[in-house]
Design a protein around this ligand. Sequence first.
Ligand code: NAD
Ligand code: ZN
Length: 604
Amino acid sequence: MIPARYGASRFPGKLMQDLGGKPVIVRTYEAAKATGLFDAVYVVTDSDVIFKEIEWHGGQAIMSQKEHDCGTDRIAEAVAEMDVDIVVNVQGDEPFTSKEGLAQVLSVFDAPDADRIDLASLMTEIQDWREISDPNAVKVVVDKENYALYFSRSPIPYPRDKNTAVQYFKHKGIYAFRKQALLDFYNLPMTILEATEKIECIRFLEYGKRIKMAISNTQGIEIDTPEDLVRANKVLKEEKRLPINNKYRNFPMVPKVVYGKGCFEQLASIIGPQRKEKAPFIYLVDDVFQNNQELLKRIPLRFNDKLLFISSFEEPKTEQVDVLVKSIKTEFSYRPSGIIGLGGGSILDLAKAVAIMLTNKGQASEYQGWDLVKNKAVYHVGIPTISGTGAEVSRTTVLTGPEKKLGINSDFTPFDQVVLDPELTTGVPKDQWFYTGMDCFIHCVESLNGTFLNEFSKSYGEKAYDLCKEIFLNPELDDDTAREKLMMASWHGGMSIAYSQVGVAHAMSYGLSYVLGVKHGIGNCIVFDHLIDYYPFDVALFKEMKQAHGIELPQGICKDLTESQMDTMVKIALSLVPLWENALGSDWELKINADKLKALYAKM
Ligand code: NAD
Ligand code: ZN
């Protein structure tokens, strides 16, 4: 049981303070749960906010019925009607609670003197006199068998003789009670020593209960002050700082994928095992399907599942993600079982971003970049309805934020499940089919001509490149086969850039899109059409494909730009360092500059 009071006197609201992306109380709950020592773990609280937060993170919480003076009373009330033998009290402000310490407290009940013990607790040796004399640290003295004699905020024993080799022990707020001892405590009035020292466990001693102390050597961090919180955040950061090997990237891939015409039918059985009680699946569906009853009735909505229609008219925005996450959090008190995106690259990216932001604090724009996401996303499923972007397989979700257009690129971004059903891509308008398909072609060109290329990327990129040529240059190919092939080309194209990068067309297209709102697919085409100096052979091929399908690209879109718009566009494009490095090598800054980019944009 983790008693959790919202208004701590020394540091109000401390349990809801952020610790590495989650509130302190959630960290403590998860740490207790992760020990695997308990049949059940509960947070017992007087606070609505804490209650909801725990449920939101999939934990179990109990609301206190009465006002309580202390944590022990709080948990006594909670267990009164439970059929339990031993109850362990873990302090809410001890997020680094270790398995070792808890196991030691529990082991006391396996010792030969177990039936003489009413409760057990932990102590740790301290040597720093500042800590010994600090009234915030409760000291304990024990007898020869480690039964507690007294607890105090004073240094006990008092070192009148400085030459004795006395050990000082600090009490750690972890208790394991026999249920009866806990209930006795609840029913017996507070006594004078307890009231004076403000130390709960003195009450047990005053009523003659036996407290056995176990010794722990692990120094956890209690969050008593704002300074403790800063320290704890630092510790967490250091723990998380995994050795990153830049030379060989270790990246995740989509763990489960189903492929085949009509496989969308299997969605219910695929996601079924991921459903958590009372927690809905949220479907983000492109609003192009709003009136497509045939498709809508195949979406397996159950219980409180929710379907949200989303427009892909504009490029996805960080702000849009924040609004979606807020509305989901407001409507549901349980964190969703999963987020399911059904649509093109825009919707797939939104689904990934929403899944991430449901478990990570703050705003989506804070996570634009590489490896900034702290917590695992909720389960998320991608179901493409148009092929080419590779968003279904990639490690990023491209978003336009207040300051930049940049992906949330992280190990937690890729989908947990992808459903590749070529049938779903029927009905895509011809122009759009071409633009999104060309995104795949351009991914391959940029990856295959990039300096980051290796055999891994090449093996995917070459396959996707060949498929694209077949799809867009072979008039004999029937529509069904073309759809199947493009779906797999998209997948391979996405895999190819997973281990390399895109290049000039993407960097410049991001600029266009940021300033003019030009959508990704068509923006890439507009840019690529002018990149003959960079990709001569493939730009020629692109022009051939364009002609074969009678595609006319908009012209002169940059001619009315103000100087400051042009500057922003160039700045956005040049900020995408890895893209330029891939395209032009590590000395890319010698090869491209603002003036060259402006001249290129001016032609578009
Ligand atoms: P999109 O998702 O914007 O969809 C394009 C148009 O096609 C929309 O009007 C949509 O309503 C329509 N559409 C989709 N499926 C349809 C269907 N079955 N029938 C009829 N109409 C349909 O376009 P996109 O090109 O797939 O995605 C572009 C987005 O993907 C951009 O935001 C881009 O940044 C992103 N992207 C992401 C990655 C990544 O790795 N995450 C890679 C490339 C692109
Ligand atoms: Zn792209």
